[in-house]
Design a protein around this ligand. Structure first.
Ligand SMILES: Nc1ncnc2c1ncn2[C@@H]1O[C@H](COP(=O)(O)OP(=O)(O)OP(=O)(O)O)[C@@H](O)[C@H]1O
Ligand SMILES: [Mg+2]
Length: 579
């Protein structure tokens, strides 16, 4: 786990190494200072040797300045190193997430990924800074100060060692209580993020259903739970301080008392006692810092585990060894394809589908909700891999293609589509980075989007808000279609992409496709028979199976399901089937 994380240090290795070096030099200086003080008092002040006082005093000042300098240097190195480390970590995680297939994304929740990229990374950043600085400083300080203390007075120094077990036991109790709480807190953070995200994304639904109060309660529960966990953990941690101070003052008292006895007996000098007391402070301080580091590590261990989980996740859909990088034509073949969202052995969403679609055909896919229409279509651009059987595009198994090539040639307008914040042009260029204005306009004309775009005051430069909230549902769908068209794909899949478009416009889109995209294979998933009636082939899906396929006329004869759907939509005055 640590190796995996350290891989993200990269170009920040130098400051990461310099920080502990500087800090150790600072420690050396800090340890020397009390020693010099002792000399100054015992040999200079007590004996009234002024020149000695000046020399040692000068060295003291110099040491202080150097120590300060190293302190500042190590601080800035550590800050750079840790911020850089966090940057790389975020970068690596984000890059990893980009490689995730749909099924990887199904596994991690969006909220979980957001927490990992933000809170968890910040935790690690703090921990890293602490480790390359304080975690080097404290043990160093402890060892040096102890050595110094022993060299000044071996007997008195034992008092320090006496304090160690008391502190150690106290810390151990604190840690074992705090760790599980911190672990829980981060899980709760995921929940908090989820609640906020869901609420913000669905704010219109929340308002429409007057669920504001309910959402508020949900938020408050989570928020309260974080408050409780955190305050508990922090309260436990707060015991650190009193235990520490108890040891410190008890130690100091003991040393002062014993020291005073020794001085009275003439076995020790005043300066020595003073520096011993300084070391006492340093030792106890470093012990406290060490305990803080343990706390920090406990806290960040939970975060580190969560981050490594993302970094370790293997994308289930990867490029093959020797990828095919041209798609010959737009033919599609399904050979006994079964698919389960939960992998082998799971519940089959698509069962034993076999079908042959010639290049350039217009194919309609019809079926009730949950009949696996989307599932079927998603296997073509390899958004998921078939669990059993194989899917061929242009005569080649989709798993043998270079992924980018495949997806450039198979444009799919997803059922749950999104526009991104940016102008309409920005959004259209997702389809083709280098699209010219004419190409964009042409695509929008085919998708029947040109008209309404031009009616906007800013035309193609109209700014689309995050999630496309400032265009209507039907407008959004048409923009998404235009975006897909700009890819100039061999296969175009529209997953219920005209559901919010009126029937007349829907018809115009189909007409434009037939006219201008004769060679493109068009897969149209629809709820309305009218959308697919004129297709070369219609596939009827039912409960995860291909129940029938053929032309409109053939299906009216052979498929009971198709006939029923057709009749309910054309008779019954259902305006869906009116066209
Ligand atoms: N990401 C997913 N994870 C797990 N199960 C899923 C997922 N997406 C769909 N399913 C399940 O697979 C089955 C088929 O869903 P699919 O989305 O293909 O139906 P559909 O025909 O497209 O329906 P609709 O007309 O409502 O879009 C459903 O039972 C659904 O619950
Ligand atoms: Mg669907």
């Amino acid at each position: 786990m640590i190796k995996k994380l350290l891989a993200s240090v990269r170009e920040y290795k130098k400051p990461s190494i310099l920080a502990p070096i500087y800090i150790s030099l600072e420690v050396v200086m800090e340890v020397v200072i009390p020693l010099l003080m002792a000399k100054l008092i015992d040999n200079g002040l007590e004996k009234g040797d002024l020149s000695y006082v000046f020399i040692v005093g000068g060295i003291l000042v110099l040491c202080t300045v150097i120590s300060l300098l190293f302190g500042v240097l190590s601080g800035s190195c550590a800050a750079e190193a840790s911020a850089g480390f966090a940057k790389n970590l975020r970068h690596d995680m984000f890059k990893k997430v980009q490689t995730f297939s749909f099924s990887n994304i199904d596994k991690f929740s969006t909220a979980g990924l957001v927490t990992r990229l933000t809170t968890d990374t910040t935790n690690l950043q703090n921990a890293y800074q602490m480790i390359i600085r304080t975690a080097v400083r404290s043990p160093f300080m402890l060892i040096f100060s102890l050595a110094m203390a022993f060299s000044i007075n071996g007997k008195l120094a034992w008092v320090f060692l006496g304090a160690v077990p008391i502190l150690g036991i106290g810390l151990w109790i604190i840690m074992s209580k705090a760790h599980p709480t911190f672990k829980r807190v981060f899980k709760t953070y995921d929940r908090l993020n989820r609640v906020v995200q869901e609420n913000l994304r669905g704010v219109r639904v929340v308002k429409a259903y007057v669920r504001g109060e309910h959402e508020k309660e949900k938020f408050e529960t989570v928020s309260q739970s974080i408050y409780e966990d955190f305050s508990y953990a922090e309260k436990v941690l707060a015991f650190n301080q009193p235990i520490m101070q108890f040891c410190m003052y008890a130690g100091m008292l003991l040393i002062s008392w014993l020291g005073a006895l020794l001085i009275v007996d003439g076995d020790m000098k005043t300066g020595e006692l003073m520096s011993l007391l300084s070391y006492a402070g340093q030792i106890l301080m470093s012990l406290m810092m060490l305990s803080m580091i343990f706390v920090m590590i406990t806290m960040s261990r939970a975060s580190a585990e969560r981050i490594v989980e993302v970094l370790d996740e293997q994308s289930e859909i990867t490029n093959p060894e020797d990828p095919v990088d041209t798609v010959k034509d737009g033919s599609i073949v399904f050979e006994n394809v079964s698919f389960s969202y939960s992998g082998k052995g799971g519940r089959l969403a698509l069962k034993d589908a076999s079908i042959r679609i010639e290049s350039g055909m217009t194919v309609g896919i019809l079926g009730g909700t949950g009949s696996a229409k989307s599932t079927f279509a998603q296997l073509v651009p390899r958004l998921y891999d078939a669990t059993e059987g194989r899917v061929l595009v242009g005569g080649v198994d989709v798993r043998d293609y270079d992924l980018d090539t495949l997806r450039d040639n198979v444009a799919m307008v997803l059922q749950k589509n999104v526009l991104f914040s940016g102008t309409i042009k920005d959004n259209l260029r997702w389809g083709n980075k280098y699209a010219t204005d004419e190409q964009m306009e042409h695509a929008c004309k085919l998708a029947q989007a040109d008209g309404f775009i031009k009616s906007f005051p800013d035309g193609y430069d109209t700014y689309i808000e995050q999630g496309g909230t400032n265009v209507s549902g039907g407008q959004k769908q048409r923009l998404c279609i235009a975006r897909a068209l700009l890819k100039n794909p061999k296969i175009l899949i529209l997953d219920d992409s005209t559901s919010a478009v009126d029937t007349a416009t829907d018809g115009l889109i189909r007409k434009a496709f037939a006219e201008y995209l004769p060679d493109t294979t068009k897969l149209i998933i629809a709820q309305r028979v009218s959308s697919v009636e004129n297709a070369d082939l219609i596939i009827v899906m039912d409960k995860g199976r291909i129940s029938a396929s053929g032309t409109h006329e053939q299906l009216l004869e052979t498929s009971e399901i198709y006939r029923e759907v057709y009749e309910t939509q054309t008779k019954g005055g259902d305006d869906n089937g009116a066209a």
